[in-house]
Design a binder for this molecule. Structure first.
Ligand code: ASP
Length: 582
């Protein structure tokens, strides 16, 4: 038997027990006649003591134990003189009577402690060592618990977990496909699923009624902190439902996970904003509503007042930052620098300080006398001490810039508290978005999304004005999930493909099976998918999804531990009848 207890288990009530524990040497300390070894496993750390006066030979041998050696200890549980309240096992120690080295370790390339000296690169190369660190392990365990809780919750509600294939053909979620050559069908390729979208719809046609799957999806995209080429979705679909059935069901799941994992009891219903409202109020379809500072448009009162920049602008709007911070000249300059950064892209920033005495100080005093600024302030419902920050220009671009500025102000004013969760549904997205260069229409969600009932009559004549019956779940400015009510009618699906630029033949070749399936009794259905990694990262309090993925890829899509992607040998290529163009 390697152990009677784990390294996180023994307490003062176990005093005098003879025990065995096994684990990794966290560190050793030699203090006079004593040698202390901290032994670690997944469950915790236990202090082991070797005493030179009781067993000189054993103590001497223990001094040779290096960090990360795997050791079995036998001994007796003893109450500690100086207790360590920070450790769960801090009231006791083990007086060692024997030990066995089960496995030696070379000096690890970085220190395996909560705060490590290892940079990202080295930790990823030795990810199996990184995973020994408590904060990293915590993220992985949280993820496992969340997956279990979700499975439990949905299964209780009669959802069925069905696995869908990985070697498939292209699914149009808007990214590039990863493709896999087929040896048995030389010259032919599988695509890895960007999502199980078409399969879950087919499962509805099969009558499964309520489906879910915690599933790997693959998208060949450029990398960002919250993106990985392979990532995990909680994917769901339901039959005989309308939008609100789906939203209510998954609002329930979200609240359940809030209370289970972050001890957050959300009272009431999640707010719902249409896409148009979200853009007008926050300049973003994933607004962070932990704080206010909604946009106020002042085009009507600020344009055509002799200030050239405004007079040429399509849209003039701003935010009102609360008085809580005193805005110095230096801070205002810093904000101007911020909006001028290439990632924001504004030319400049207009400010109006609402002084305590009821007067205004602005960067456009020359063009706007006090009474005009008073009108602005009124529109913003500004109070003394508040600061108005105004941007202008093309509507869409200005909204985006103002959205960045709003988030920056939220950060600066400490309004984006990680322990608060502010969810909302954004609904009624446009069905299509237009490629600015080519004029081509793309599905904003995906081609299987139904138009809103009220807009269906416009699908033929004015597709760009049609809104989709699609929805996103946003939490703290992060898109956690998204889905839609689906088309379940061959003709409408064909019309969609036509708008998206598919010829009938192309549509048939790629999605003929789905349109065929619609002919055999397709129930009305709708669904949603959640970014499981993002959700776990959020509940783990970390920004990057890498922290909750056991073996993630780096920023260039590489796994530097196993060295992937890598070259394949000539025989493999020959079998696949592939040639690499050097
Ligand atoms: N398949 C969609 C996605 O991956 C989600 C859905 O519409 O259910 O975003």
């Amino acid at each position: 038997m390697f152990r009677t207890h784990t390294c996180g288990e023994l307490r003062i009530t176990d005093t005098n027990k003879t025990i065995k524990i096994s684990g990794w040497v966290q560190k050793t300390r030699n203090l006079g006649s004593m040698t202390f070894v901290d032994l670690r496993d997944r469950y915790g750390i236990t202090q082991v003591v070797f005493n030179i006066d009781t067993d000189a030979q054993l103590c001497e041998a223990a001094r040779a134990l290096g960090r990360e050696f795997v050791v079995q200890i036998e001994g007796t549980v003893n109450e500690r003189h100086s207790k360590n309240p920070k450790m769960a096992t801090g009231d006791i120690e083990i007086i060692a009577t024997a030990f066995t080295v089960l496995s030696k370790s070379e000096t690890p390339p970085f220190t395996i402690e909560d705060d490590t000296d290892g940079g990202e690169e080295i930790r990823m190369k030795y990810r199996y060592l990184d995973l020994r660190r408590t904060p990293v392990r915590k993220g992985i365990i949280l993820r496992s618990k969340m997956a279990q809780e979700i499975r439990h919750y949905l299964s209780e509600d009669n959802f069925i977990e069905v696995e869908t294939p990985i070697l498939i053909k292209s699914t149009p979620e808007g990214a590039r496909d990863f493709i896999v050559p087929s040896r048995l069908n030389a010259g032919y390729f599988y695509a890895l699923p960007q999502s199980p979208q078409v399969f879950k719809q087919l499962l509805m046609i099969s009558g499964f009624d309520k489906y879910f799957q915690i599933v790997k999806c693959f998208r060949d995209e450029d990398f960002r902190a919250d993106r990985q080429p392979e990532f995990t979705q909680l994917d769901c679909e339901m039959s005989f439902v309308e939008r609100d059935d789906v939203l209510n069901k998954f609002e329930g799941l979200t609240k359940h996970l809030f209370s289970k994992f972050v001890n957050f009891d959300y009272k009431g219903d999640f707010p719902r904003l249409t896409y148009a409202e979200a853009m007008a109020l926050y300049g973003s379809d994933k607004p962070d509503i932990r704080f206010g500072m909604q946009f106020v448009e002042i085009t009507d009162i600020a344009k055509n007042q002799g200030f050239k920049i405004f007079d040429e602008a399509e849209y003039i709007a701003g935010i009102c930052a609360p008085a809580s911070a005193k805005y110095s000249r230096k801070q205002l300059d810093a904000l101007t620098d911020f909006v001028r950064k290439p990632q924001v892209g504004a030319k400049g920033l207009i400010y109006v300080k609402c002084n305590e005495d009821g007067t205004y100080k602005s960067s456009v005093d020359k063009f706007f006398p006090q009474e005009k600024l008073a009108l602005w302030a009124e529109k913003f419902a500004a109070k003394p001490g508040d600061l108005l920050l105004v941007l202008s220009g093309n509507k869409t671009k200005t909204q985006k810039m103002l959205s960045e500025l709003r988030l920056e102000m939220g950060n600066r004013l400490g309004l984006r508290n990680k322990n608060i969760y502010a969810p909302l549904w954004v609904v009624d997205f446009p069905l299509f978005e237009k490629d600015e260069e080519t004029g081509a229409l793309h599905a904003m969600h995906h081609p299987f999304t139904s138009p809103l009932k009220s807009d269906m009559h416009l699908l033929e004549s004015d597709p760009e004005s049609v809104n989709a019956n699609a929805y996103d779940l946003i939490i703290n400015g992060v898109e956690i999930g998204g889905g839609s009510v689906r088309i379940y009618d061959t003709q409408m699906q064909q019309q969609m493909f036509k708008h998206l630029g598919f010829t009938q033949e192309e549509a048939d070749a790629q999605f003929g099976f789905l349109m065929e399936a619609f002919k055999y009794g397709a129930p009305p259905h709708a669904g949603i998918a959640f970014g499981f990694d993002r959700w776990a990262a959020m509940f783990n309090g970390t920004d990057s999804i890498r922290n909750v993925i056991a073996f993630p890829k780096n920023n260039s899509g590489k796994d530097i531990m196993i060295d992937a992607p890598s070259l394949v040998d000539a025989v493999q290529l020959k079998d696949l009848r592939l040639k690499v163009d050097e």
